[in-house]
Design a binder for this molecule. Structure first.
Ligand code: SF4
Length: 411
């Protein structure tokens, strides 16, 4: 059954402010840090209850101080991400959910409340209590059902625990599950990926997020590649895998609605869509990012980034809990580029009319040269009214195509 909060009716077509707020809460601890991870994370096994309690209190302090900047907007979504948020005790999660839902009013649509979870025994046992705390959606970091690949990725879990966690989530009453799947991993073949897709499709989550493994320079994997100790999969194999994922998941009834995201009807990730559509998001916790509300003085909004270091964030909070992050107003040229970059990530693309409502003219008025060049190489499709979307070939290069718009000097 689709809960009222899970319809797509509230997704803005892009451009306009939907008048609501999403809240992101960063809970940074993981059992161990994966060698390809470049998120703001800390290793903890187990998480010390005193450290946990202090962090929850700090989050509540930051929420109280920052909420007035978002007025009395109804809560569209709450996303508890990390890290591994499910390492937090259910009573801590309940305190956070209660604080956020008490701060912002509800409207006709129940907020989407997502918790990120990794397959593990501890987290699995906590599932019924997380559901009772008000969490109505789980994003589960399965990554693969292949024990060899999980090991090569440095993941803490194995396939059997992943299967048990998925089954336990259903038993605990979660009817909105998202599964993360990684591809182009070390020594992964197309046949290996096919087996992973078989398992995902057989389980039938409502949503699947797929990620090509990246080798960021500041991670152990990135350093191993630089030192020649590791070779990333060849580009052709990785591109083939993107198409393989799409063919298999779309064949099983999922719709690819964003370059990395697939959903069953009515099950798009509402919180994630807020970023692609540049909607207001209040980010809380170490390393969290916010998208500030647009105002007449700041018509394109602003970004705010909290310190990535725990003690630096706590020290900033102690100085002024409303100003722990660093804010950067968005110049019109930057905002135009972001609107295209983020809009193109969505399969529906950029609606020229919505773009013109915010920027005074459709994309072609600012980006004719880029559009012509990308249409010529068949990476971009321009509709009659000036709408833009990625072609099938363009989707394989989504970030590079989007970057063409972001870095236009003087816009
Ligand atoms: S579990 Fe996720 S957040 Fe934690 S270290 Fe691994 S990749 Fe990073």
């Amino acid at each position: 059954m689709t809960e009222p909060g899970h319809t797509e009716a509230h997704l803005a077509p892009g451009g306009g402010d939907d008048g609501r707020v999403g809240v992101y809460v960063h809970l940074p601890w993981c059992e161990r840090v994966c060698p390809y991870c470049d998120f703001a994370v800390l290793a903890a096994r187990p998480l010390d209850p005193g450290v946990e309690d202090r962090y929850v209190e700090d989050l509540r302090t930051e929420l109280a101080a920052r909420a007035p900047a978002f007025g009395d907007r109804p809560l569209a979504s709450l996303y508890l991400g990390g890290g591994t948020p499910a390492l937090f005790r259910p009573e801590s999660i309940a305190r956070l959910v209660d604080a956020v839902t008490a701060t912002f009013p509800a409207d006709a649509s129940a907020p989407e409340i997502t918790l990120e979870l990794n397959p593990s025994t501890v987290e699995r046992e906590r599932l019924p209590a997380f559901r009772a705390a008000g969490v109505n959606r789980l994003s589960i970091g399965i990554q693969s059902f292949d024990d060899g690949l999980l090991k090569r990725l440095g993941r803490a879990h194995r396939a059997v625990v992943a299967e048990e966690t998925l089954a336990a989530a259903r038993r605990a009453g979660f009817d909105d599950l998202s599964v993360d799947l990684i591809f182009a991993g070390p020594d992964q073949s197309a046949a290996d990926l096919d087996r992973d897709l078989d398992r995902v499709i057989a389980f039938g989550p409502e949503h699947v997020s797929t990620y090509e493994l990246t080798f960021e320079s500041e991670t152990p994997f990135g350093r191993a590649v630089s030192a020649g100790r590791m070779t990333p999969p060849d580009e052709e194999l990785a591109a083939g895998m993107i198409e393989q994922v799409e063919a298999r998941l779309e064949g099983a009834g999922y719709r690819r609605y964003e370059v990395s995201s697939y959903a069953r009807p009515g099950r798009r990730a509402r919180h994630n869509a807020r970023y692609w559509q540049r909607q207001a998001v209040l980010g809380l916790g170490m390393g969290a990012h916010s998208t500030e509300v647009r105002t007449p003085a700041r018509p394109h909004g602003a970004r705010r980034a909290n310190p990535r270091d725990l003690s630096a964030w706590q020290a900033a909070l102690a100085r002024d809990p409303a100003e722990a992050g660093e804010e950067e107003g968005l110049e019109v040229a930057v905002a135009r580029g972001e609107a295209i970059f983020l809009g193109l990530r969505q399969i529906e693309g950029v609606a020229a009319q919505a773009f013109a409502e915010e920027f005074g003219a459709p994309p072609r008025a600012f980006f004719a040269e880029e559009i012509d060049r990308l249409v010529r190489v068949e990476w971009l499709v321009e509709g009659e009214g000036g709408d833009l979307r990625l072609s099938r070939a363009g989707r394989l290069l989504a970030d590079s195509v989007g970057a063409e718009f972001v870095f236009v000097e003087g816009g």
